[in-house]
Ligand binder design. Sequence first.
Ligand code: FES
Length: 149
Amino acid sequence: MAAFSLTINNKKHDVDVDPQMPLLWVLRDVIGLTGTKFGCGIAQCGACTVHVGGNAVRSCTLPVGNVGQEKVTTIEGLSEKGDHPVQKAWEETDVPQCGYCQSGQIMAAAALLKSHPAPSDEDIHNAMTNICRCATYNRIKKAIKLAST
Ligand code: FES
């Protein structure tokens, strides 16, 4: 066990956990932020995507001991009132079907738009590798285009 002071959604959280514990476990089971989902546990599906230092990261394989001083943002902290441009575009485009993967999809899309405010189809294809078993990919792409500048 080791003590860590994490900044999550601009709030300090002191946790005492195994440094090898994946960040996803800390978020969900220790801190209680359950908006980030577990899918595969091997960095393949993207359901667990959060931002660490502003970058989209698959939190199921990131040991909490490697987070350091980087700020962590989860779906709960992406915006104050669910009004991030990506969230608004998601709503307008009616993207989700079952919804399970969507917080990860939204976090991946928000990171993409931060680095590429007007992404090409290729940028979207390369960045959006999260899996959706309902295959909402066309609506995801449409929403990203809508949220882009
Ligand atoms: Fe992390 Fe699937 S749960 S990538």
